[in-house]
Design a protein around this ligand. Structure first.
Ligand code: TA6
Length: 296
């Protein structure tokens, strides 16, 4: 159901029969909460998040479209996360094999204003769903509806903020030995070393051609987040650490200790759609006890 969230902004609350839940604001099509069946919050949301358009909400899962990053004329990470989405009352059928219990379909279409900065027409349909085990699933379907025959290209990310107990006790598995662009060194290309990634300073890396499964292990909480993705070849790993944290007005000075962004993305090779063509990008998150998950 749609209820009033922070600052009176509309949000949809999803509840799954076993008790897991999620919240999605129509502003930004933005998931701000995902709780397991013990009501434990799994996503980071800054205590200083603004919930005030046109600023994006700091935390949860910002949707970066039609651009990931800050280059060219668009604002950083595009504008989808700064727009009001609406409930999609007429979603195209989903393949029956995708089982979920609670879900909401949102849609974003360009406004007159948007067409001035990004002159294309599209339909961006987002389904947010809770699976039987409390998994959180986001499916984006973006269709080029230009009637001028023009194709368009875009980059994209689910800019997911995971809630962790202590960043210095977190490991990421699945990105070993891969190439990455280091955003802290003019996007120069490097190769990751051979074992799990750990964190002791600011990190802002775009890993290329990554596997469909990445594990984020919160040692202290004995919890592993498993990120599965489809249609999203790249993965961005970001923690601002102390200096950058202090420089963000909507982020607490110490909050970097309790978050890690691992973002399923399309960055290196933009997607190009001809009129009528559709792209699909799926993200599936689960949170499992680490006891039987490490090393998998
Ligand atoms: O995903 C990493 C990143 O591109 C960082 O460079 C940092 O800018 C972060 O996104 C947050 O961007 P935002 O526009 O949400 O403040």
């Amino acid at each position: 159901e749609i209820v009033k969230g922070v600052n009176g902004l509309d949000k949809v609350v999803l509840r799954e029969v076993r008790g897991s839940s999620a919240e999605v604001y129509l502003y930004g099509g933005h998931v701000t909460s995902w709780k397991n069946d013990h009501e434990e919050e799994l996503l980071f949301l800054s205590n200083k998040a603004m919930f005030k358009p046109p600023k994006a909400i700091r935390g949860g899962i910002p949707i970066c479209f039609p651009q990931f990053g800050s280059h060219g004329t668009l604002e950083q990470h595009g504008f989808a996360r700064n727009r009001f989405w609406s409930i999609d009352t007429d979603p195209p059928p989903f393949p029956a094999n995708i089982s979920h219990n609670a879900f909401v379909d949102l849609i974003l279409k360009p406004s007159e204003e948007d067409a001035k900065i990004w002159p294309h027409s599209y339909e961006f349909r987002l389904r947010v769903a809770l699976g039987p085990g409390g998994d959180l699933m986001l499916t984006s379907r973006i269709r080029n509806t230009n009637n001028d025959g023009k194709a368009f290209s875009f980059t994209f990310a689910y800019h997911t903020y995971f809630l962790v107990s202590d960043i210095s006790e977190v490991r990421v598995e699945g990105l070993e030995t891969l190439d990455y662009l280091d955003n802290l060194q003019e996007k120069e290309r490097f190769t990751e070393q051979g074992d799990a990634i750990t964190f002791e300073s600011e990190v802002d890396k775009i890993y290329l051609s990554t596997p469909s499964k990445i594990a984020i292990i919160d040692h202290e909480k004995k919890r592993t987040f498993v990120l599965r993705k489809d249609g999203l070849p790249d993965a961005v790993v970001w923690n601002p650490w102390d200096k950058k944290a202090k420089a963000m007005s909507d982020f607490g000075d110490d909050e970097y200790k309790h978050m890690l962004c691992v973002e399923a993305a399309v960055v290196e090779k933009p997607i190009t759609l001809k009129p009528g063509e559709e792209w699909k990008g799926r993200l599936e998150l689960s949170a499992v006890p680490s006891s039987y998950c490490s090393g998998q």
